[in-house]
Write a protein that binds this ligand. Structure first.
Ligand SMILES: [Zn+2]
Length: 301
């Protein structure tokens, strides 16, 4: 066997034994972004979410296992707008992976891609755990999900240019299914229009903005602070003027305050899946909206 033949042979063998392409390692801060990148990236990505629907994404422990995951990541996808400010910067520092630092293509902040609500001009500590860059819980508006999906597709192409056509085709397919679903959800949610709903935390701002639902009040006296008996009493008083349709809380929040106010006001209380995995039926972003709207309309009296 001459040199050229053996070289050729070893190249053929190499191409047979090594995988055609290694999937991108994607570390996401919350399950909704794993779900989105799976939709867009298919078999070209392998996603891992740092949190589940039962963990409060504002407060996560920067465990060594998470640091190891960030170290191996090609792409980080987080909500941003300071939602993960208490734990993500530490993970990034400890992991020592320059690819996924802020400002690098390997770091993608969903909230930075859309217009944010609740933006405070001046923020100080007396206001509680207020996010200065606006409300970070952007995934609960399907319109914003679509904008984020488009930006994420561009980012995937930037990092993995060989997959350009693949990603663009998957985005187009996702967009079509998503827009159809949005029409369906809007129909389903009609009875909720102009209703007044009490939330635990203002994580529902974006969904309610989309569906024209009014936030009548919050169980937290200030964002991030626990409810007090005094706050519930004054909430009851201020709410009694106009009817309230329901009180909602999420899987990662303590249900006690919501149930207490529900008894005090004789108003229905509903636990909602905040993200993918928050209910056994919620397996992806599509079922997240489907189930959320079904639970809310089901609570109307
Ligand atoms: Zn928040």
């Amino acid at each position: 066997m001459n040199r050229t033949t053996s070289l050729l042979l070893s190249m053929i063998l190499l191409s047979m034994t090594s995988p055609v392409m290694a999937a991108l390692n994607v570390f996401t801060c919350e399950p909704e972004w794993s779900s989105l990148v799976d939709e867009l990236g298919g078999e070209r990505v392998k996603s891992f979410s740092a949190t589940t629907a039962f963990q409060d994404p504002h407060h996560i422990e920067a465990r060594p296992s998470l640091i190891a995951k960030v170290r191996r990541a090609d792409l980080l996808i987080c909500s941003g707008a300071e939602l993960e400010i208490g734990w993500l910067p530490m993970l990034q520092r400890q992991a020592g992976n320059a690819k996924v630092l802020a400002g690098k293509p390997g770091y993608f902040e969903a909230a930075a891609m859309v217009k944010r609500l609740d933006v405070q001009v001046e923020v100080d500590r007396s206001m509680g755990d207020v996010h200065g860059l606006g409300n970070p819980h952007v995934h609960l508006d399907p319109r914003r999900i679509l904008t984020i999906a488009e930006a994420l597709t561009e980012r995937l192409v930037q990092i993995d240019s060989n997959g350009k056509e693949f990603y663009q085709q998957r985005f187009n397919d996702f967009k079509q299914r998503w827009q159809q679903s949005m029409k369906h959800w809007q129909q389903q949610a009609m009875p909720l229009k102009d209703k007044r709903i009490v939330v635990h935390h203002r994580d529902w701002v974006y969904l309610f903005d989309w569906l024209d639902i009014e936030i009548a009040g919050a169980l937290e006296p200030k964002p991030g602070l626990p409810t007090t008996a005094g706050h519930l009493a004054s909430l009851k008083k201020s709410l009694s003027e106009k009817p309230v349709a329901m009180i909602v809380y999420t899987t990662y929040q303590n249900s006690r305050a919501a149930k207490r106010l529900s008894q005090m006001m004789n108003t229905p209380v509903v636990e909602l899946p905040y993200t993918v995995g928050g209910d056994k039926e919620v397996k992806d972003l599509f079922s997240l909206f489907e189930v959320t709207i079904k639970k809310m309309t089901g609570a109307l009296q």
